[in-house]
Design a protein around this ligand. Structure first.
Ligand SMILES: NC(=O)c1ccc[n+]([C@@H]2O[C@H](COP(=O)([O-])OP(=O)(O)OC[C@H]3O[C@@H](n4cnc5c(N)ncnc54)[C@H](OP(=O)(O)O)[C@@H]3O)[C@@H](O)[C@H]2O)c1
Length: 251
């Protein structure tokens, strides 16, 4: 008997990297459950090109009860959850000395707490459901970090703290749930041309390109391959890792 196509949960699938990951994983046959505060025409288009295979809800990731309901709704709709991609994030740029409590709280809440709660709900589901096949893994988690976690960048200290926190979270959780057949990895993209990095000045953009061995800024298409791999059988023995995808490193 053929096993059902996998279900992947992705936070922040309405645009940017989350939308690109949703699109790639739909092409490989996954069913996608995603959420964001707003919808988008691009996500609606994806859903109409893949009828019955996209579940989208609108809520704020600060709402833990909504995350719980969302995972339960994804299970009701698709029967199970196989992968979790914690992607939604916000970035408030600015020097720490003048940063408001509201900006600090928003980054901690969305980037760290929201991701942790989503992963917890998915791990609970991985542990509760029967495996897709007797020899299959129980689940795979990918958290989306950033190169600034390891490398640093002025004006992004709080954002970097959330991403470094996520990487530590992934490393520890990989040890905790590995024996139960669940893999946990992080992907650390370099700067990408999305709304999140729209505040990057052209001078900063040029500096990053100059220092990147592959000589250009990354695109969401450059990152989806890493997430596709880490949620595929090809990565069955890869856990607790941070995969950097940044064109070779802008120092
Ligand atoms: N862009 C870069 O240069 C770059 C570099 C390295 C790493 N990354 C990481 O890559 C990931 C994706 O970034 P991106 O560039 O694709 O960002 P983006 O274009 O701004 O998209 C962010 C997504 O997250 C959702 N989101 C944001 N706040 C939310 C909230 N409170 N509740 C629910 N959903 C929320 C957004 O939808 P709504 O606004 O409608 O809620 C959107 O779908 C992030 O983890 C980011 O840190 C990005």
């Amino acid at each position: 008997m053929m096993s059902p196509s996998p279900t992947t949960i992705i936070s922040g699938g309405s645009r940017g990297l989350g939308l690109a990951v949703a699109s790639r994983l739909l092409e490989r046959g996954d069913r996608i459950a995603t959420f964001s505060r707003s919808g988008s025409a691009a996500l609606d288009g994806l859903a109409s090109r893949h009828p019955g295979r996209v579940h989208h809800e609108q809520f704020d990731t600060a709402d833990s009860a909504a995350i719980r309901r969302f995972v339960a709704n994804a299970v009701d709709r698709f029967g199970r959850v196989d992968h979790c991609v914690a992607n939604a994030a916000v970035a408030a740029e600015g020097i720490l000395a003048t940063m408001s409590d509201a900006d600090i709280d928003a980054m901690l809440t969305v980037n760290l707490r929201g991701a942790i709660v989503l992963v917890r709900e998915c791990v609970r589901q991985f542990l509760a459901q029967p495996k897709a096949r007797p020899d299959a893994e129980a689940g795979a988690v990918v958290v989306v970090s950033s190169v600034v976690a390891a490398r640093g960048s002025p004006g992004l200290a709080v954002y970097a703290a959330t991403k470094a926190g996520l990487e530590g979270f992934a490393r520890c959780l990989a040890r905790e749930v590995g024996p139960r057949g669940i893999r946990v990895n992080a992907v650390a993209p370099g700067f990408l041309a999305t709304e999140l990095s729209a505040t990057l000045s052209s001078a900063d953009r040029e500096r990053i390109v100059r220092r990147t061995p592959l000589g250009r800024l990354g695109d969401t298409a450059d990152i989806v391959g890493a997430i596709d791999f880490l949620t595929s059988p090809g990565a069955a023995f890869v856990t607790g890792q941070t995969l950097t995808v940044d064109g070779g490193g802008a120092a």
